[in-house]
Design a protein around this ligand. Sequence first.
Ligand code: 6PG
Length: 269
Amino acid sequence: MYATSKIHYDVTQKEMKQPTLIQIWKTQNELEQSVAGKIYEVIRRKLKEKTQCCIVLSGGGTPRNVYRRMGLDETNTLIDWNRVQVFFSDERAVPPDDPQSNYGMVQREWISHIPVPRSHVHRIQGELNPKSAARKYEQEIRKIFEHDPVVFDLVLLGVGEDGHTASLFPGTDAVLEKEALVTSTFVQQFKNWRVTLTVPVLNAAHEIIFLAAGTKKAAIIQRILEKDTPDIKLPASLIQPPQGTLCWMIDEEAGLELKEHSSIIIQRL
Ligand code: 6PG
């Protein structure tokens, strides 16, 4: 049972595992260009349907390349940025000007190139005590959604070679959090604290895109996608939006170990 603000749904295992769409591009270059275009397409589509569009962006090298392309894409002038709210999936416990900051990276690569109101960019305050930063971020999210359920329109996630996504790392309590929207977590392998959105709020999203490229991700992608049921040892496998869509957008290298499976649909582009 996942409870996210007013969303309460008891999703049976069967419902949880809809076929997952895997889109595979020949090169990382084509993949990144397609993901950048997809994000703008979702934003434009959502703004035709509703008053505002709320997106969640992840950190990491692969997402960074996408943000760089988005920043250079002239079609971004076609978007009414006054109706877009930008959130982050997670943040390292560092100040915004630290090279490790996800916000700092997205700001440099994309946000500084678009006229989105600064008050619409919801930074996780990594410079604060992680627990306080988590609490403040949750309050800010709830304030934007007011009395509506916290349902993000689009979530862009990366995946680590250990199966983590956002800052939901295997073996951490953050992976098990079922009530809070945001939590703080100490990541042993990086010896640092992080603040992250939790599984329930990610799974409440309308559209989730996993982005991965390169041979290093091939093994973990196969391990995640061959799973019939979510596995807390592979946090990315817990991301199964019962009412939303899930699409993995990867390049051929990242798809090298992928095997046909009843719960995945592979599209080669
Ligand atoms: C972070 C991200 C993290 C990232 C993955 C993939 O804070 O680092 O949120 O979840 O998306 O680790 O990163 P790469 O694309 O660089 O492998």
